[in-house]
Ligand binder design. Structure first.
Ligand code: CTP
Length: 400
């Protein structure tokens, strides 16, 4: 098989964390694809993997010390920071993230991150409380704004016994993200994309909720297609039974209000595609204990949820191209035209959901924009995603 990344090289910075052992596997997987790795091992990283095992796998010396005469004689740290096509930090610890976000340069790893002129990809790994701490959130936002790409962290059980986001992405996921970062021919390279998908769940009590039949398939297919085209893609997803597409950063939410907060946190974005079937209403009160049967049916008062699409349209960081979906059962195009104006979207992708579109694999859509209405033929959701991605690339180039 021919891989597009054959012949490229990365500078791998290994921070101190239990996930460091996965980085050895990463080096092997990259070598299989013809990607050469050169490694910097931090002092803490060397507590988890040995320089010897790393040197055998990379087939090169391992760089450890900013002030080592031997290392500097072989390759100066500035040259080292620019010697590869991409800098990959895996595991990216809270410490390395903080150093890069603040421009510190007290050791070889942070100096290389500060001195490099190449794109940087980080695969964070840390305890869930650390990942969710305000300072790591702040550093993450700063780094994202500075153009650093991220893969993971994933949800899961951590080595420390806790559960939640913080596990480093698996080696093959990191490989996929590296392949994306290295393939410079994607039509959406340099573009930031936000996609919402799936239903939202609005709780009545701890065991019951209001939701809808959205499967998330169309939104996941769009996120996948955008990322494949080179866009840095964030997928804000309601509860669905789908795996995150490789190389896409996923933010999982349950309610409409959580979805709105996640979207706002994900800005700025060049393009936003809102495929989520957001529940229009939520129970006014979500009870803390289960509603019991006592002879009377409960009186449930509903209140309106925020309209995420409309709020992004009014946002100070409004995406350049804002795309909504309109699920309709009748007068599809007429409703879509009205929705476009009402919500302030640039495009509305209208589809007729009176059949088996929800949960199915096919879709028939109409693209409603200021230029008019395009009727697309019936096709798979994957094909809708590919065609939309091509249209998005054309549109963004035209308005750049
Ligand atoms: N949408 C949203 N937030 C909401 C409701 C909808 O962001 N609270 C977005 C959807 O993701 C979609 C578009 O708005 O991109 C249209 O969704 P739809 O459910 O068709 O529109 P509604 O506003 O709910 O209109 P109606 O139910 O009256 O058809």
């Amino acid at each position: 098989m021919v891989f597009p990344v054959r012949g490229k090289s990365i500078l791998l910075i290994i921070g101190g964390g239990i996930a460091a052992y996965k980085s050895l596997e990463l080096v092997r997987r990259l070598a299989e694809r013809g990607v050469k790795s050169r490694a910097i091992l931090t002092r803490a990283g060397a507590e988890f993997v040995t320089p010897l095992s790393l040197a055998s796998l990379t087939g090169d010396q391992v760089y450890q010390d900013l002030f080592s005469l031997t290392d500097e004689a072989r390759m100066g740290h500035i040259e080292l920071s620019r010697s590869a096509d991409l800098v990959v930090v895996a595991p990216a610890t809270a410490d390395l993230m903080a150093k890069m976000a603040n421009g510190l340069a007290g050791d070889l790893a942070s100096t290389a991150l500060l001195a490099t002129d190449k794109p940087v990809l980080m695969a964070p790994a840390m305890n869930v409380r650390m990942w969710e701490s305000p300072s790591v959130r702040r550093n993450f936002e700063t780094l994202t704004r500075d153009g650093v790409r991220f893969v993971g962290p994933n949800d899961g059980e951590m080595a420390c016994g806790e559960f939640g986001p913080g596990r480093m992405a698996e080696p093959l996921e990191i490989v996929a993200a590296i392949e994306r970062a290295l393939s410079d021919d994607g039509p959406l390279k340099g573009v930031r994309a936000l996609v919402t998908a799936g239903p939202t769940r609005e709780p009545l009590d701890p065991v019951r909720y209001i939701a809808n039949r959205s499967s998330g398939k169309q939104g996941y297919a769009i996120a996948d297609a955008l990322a494949r085209a080179g866009a840095e893609t964030i997928l804000v997803s309601g509860p669905v039974a789908l795996a995150a597409p490789a190389g896409v950063r996923i933010m999982r939410v349950a309610t409409a209000r959580e979805m709105l907060a996640a979207c706002e946190a994900a800005l700025p974005a060049d393009v936003a595609v809102m495929t989520a079937a957001v529940a229009d209403w939520r129970p006014e009160i979500a009870l803390n204990s289960k509603i019991k049967k006592n002879g009377d049916a409960p009186d449930i008062r509903l209140v309106e949820n925020p309209d995420i699409l409309a709020q992004l349209a009014r946002h100070a960081m409004r995406p350049r191209l804002l795309i909504g979906f309109a699920a309709e059962t009748d007068d599809v195009v007429a409703h879509a035209l009205a929705k476009r104006t009402r919500k302030g979207a640039d495009w509305i992708i209208a589809n007729d959901v009176s059949g088996d579109v929800m949960g199915g694999d096919r879709n028939r859509v109409h693209l409603v924009s200021a230029a008019g209405v395009e009727d697309w033929p019936d096709m798979t959701k994957t094909d809708v995603a590919a065609r939309m991605t091509a249209r998005i690339a054309r549109q963004l180039r035209g308005t750049a």
